[in-house]
Design a protein around this ligand. Structure first.
Ligand code: SF4
Ligand code: SF4
Length: 201
């Protein structure tokens, strides 16, 4: 599980495994994957989302935000204590994630296909990559191994698309975390419904 305080990533229920495998460093030799479509990453982890993710999904599905998200407790969704994902609600500390049905993401169909692929959350677009932008301009690429990903690894391929998604993901995370910070400053915490309204969802 990635527990960074500056980025939302797929997270596990009760996971204790947060190892990262570095597969490319400053030499720019990239490795990419070919997804086998096993569906594991859409089944086991709870998928954390931002308000930007939900805006896209509301537009695509025509559903209400409250039908798409659930607010998970620290016992369900494992992030660092001080991670910026935590929202102070009147029922306690919660993080916003996609709803689940039959122990998998509500958008995964019976053939392990994502039914909202074009509008899927940013963390789904970048998974299983973890892209780190170093101060010296180099990019570090590693694989998130929170689930047993059955992808096929292909050497020397281009990661431009996933890097672009990571930049968008970081920007959307930052905007969402700012909203959470301002919400958490309120004297009286509201409930989930009020938080969604706060995010204009
Ligand atoms: S939104 Fe799509 S890609 Fe993301 S977890 Fe759900 S089914 Fe998988
Ligand atoms: S776990 Fe890996 S191989 Fe399976 S669907 Fe996710 S990215 Fe693809």
């Amino acid at each position: 599980m990635e527990t960074s305080t500056c980025s939302l990533k797929h997270t596990f229920l009760h996971s204790s495994n947060n190892r990262k495998k570095t597969i490319a460093l400053k030499d720019q030799v990239h490795t990419t994957i070919s997804c086998s479509g096993c569906g594991t990453c859409c089944s086991i982890p709870i998928v954390p989302v931002t308000d930007s993710d939900i805006k896209r999904l509301v537009k695509t599905t025509g559903k209400k935000a409250s039908d798409l998200v659930k607010f998970y407790s620290p016992s369900e969704m494992e992030f660092d204590e001080d991670a910026e994902v935590w929202i102070r609600l009147k029922q306690g500390k919660r993080a916003m994630g996609l709803r689940r049905k039959n122990e998998k993401c509500i958008f995964l169909d019976d053939t392990n296909r994502c039914t909202v692929y074009q509008s899927r959350p940013m963390t789904c677009r970048t998974f299983p990559y973890v892209i780190d932008f170093n101060d010296d301009g180099s990019i570090e690429v590693s694989l998130n191994d929170i689930v047993d990903c059955k992808c096929i690894k292909l050497p020397d391929s281009d990661l431009i698309e996933v890097i672009a998604y990571t930049v968008s993901e970081d920007q959307e995370d930052d905007a969402y975390f700012k909203k959470i910070r301002n919400w958490n400053l309120k004297n009286q915490p509201g409930g989930a419904k009020e938080f969604l309204l706060w995010c204009k969802l």
